[in-house]
Design a binder for this molecule. Structure first.
Ligand SMILES: [Zn+2]
Length: 244
């Protein structure tokens, strides 16, 4: 979307691929937007290596998904799809975006997983956020240093036990529709059909994962997250999620 230099966001989700955010934390972005927070997405790659669809098609789809997720900004870097590496150059590229958008909360993928781009993005994104706060590091665009306050890891792809969940019950359908915006990936097509599952199966899987996470948290649908820090509680009387 736009590269307006005045635009800042409260919450920035950084992901390796277009459609990762839609699968792991799109409902959370919708819920936070409804609470009045400005949300944004930074995709590190543009999907040029995908079996289906061109990078241009995926760009149009990502824009449509961003509209459904009501994010204020969505940008994509040009890291090679399938070969995301934690290099100084890539840390500086991401730090430049973090300095410009100045998020308080950054959402990254969980640091273990099947796809190297996903787990590399966890470390690359974390280190980029650190570098972004270093006054003596130049990112090239003159934006002032900025370090996000909180880093969360979206853990839906992983079997790790989440440290907390965000209820997304009112946003479940929109979240699913944002994923379905990627027609080139998910619509029924003959080409590469062994790799891709039909819409009905994706729907069942998406809802089942969110329902399972919801059950863990005592709500209908939820998205799982891991934070490295412990939780701090002011009033134990207000702790949510029943124990027995
Ligand atoms: Zn991905």
């Amino acid at each position: 979307m736009s590269a307006n230099t005045e635009l800042k966001v409260d919450i920035l989700a950084i992901a390796a691929h277009r459609d990762d955010v839609e699968q792991t934390c799109g409902g959370t972005l919708l819920s936070m937007q409804a609470r009045g927070w400005k949300t944004g997405i930074l995709d590190l790659t543009r999907g040029e290596s995908g079996t289906r669809g061109t990078a241009a098609e995926r760009e149009a789809e990502a824009k449509e998904a961003a509209r459904i997720l009501k994010v204020s900004v969505r940008e994509a870097l040009d890291l090679p799809d399938g070969n995301v590496q934690n290099t100084l150059e890539n840390r500086l590229k991401i730090a430049g975006v973090v300095r410009r958008l100045r998020p308080r909360v950054v959402i990254l993928p969980y640091w273990e997983g099947r796809h190297p781009d996903h787990y590399t993005t966890a470390t690359l994104g974390y280190e980029a956020c650190f570098v972004s706060g270093l006054a003596k590091v130049e990112t090239g665009d003159g934006a002032a240093p900025h370090r996000p306050y909180k880093i969360l890891y979206a853990s839906l792809y992983s079997a790790v036990r989440p440290t907390f969940a965000v209820e997304i019950t009112p946003y479940m359908e929109e979240r699913f529709q944002s994923l379905m915006a990627y027609r080139s990936q998910y619509a029924s097509r003959a080409e590469g059909s062994g790799l891709f599952v039909p819409e009905e199966e994706i729907r069942e899987r998406t809802f089942a994962m969110a329902r399972y996470c919801g059950l863990l948290a005592g709500v209908r649908y939820a998205e799982p997250f891991v934070q490295k820090e412990i939780g701090l509680v002011e009033d134990v009387m207000m702790l949510p999620v029943a124990s027995i």
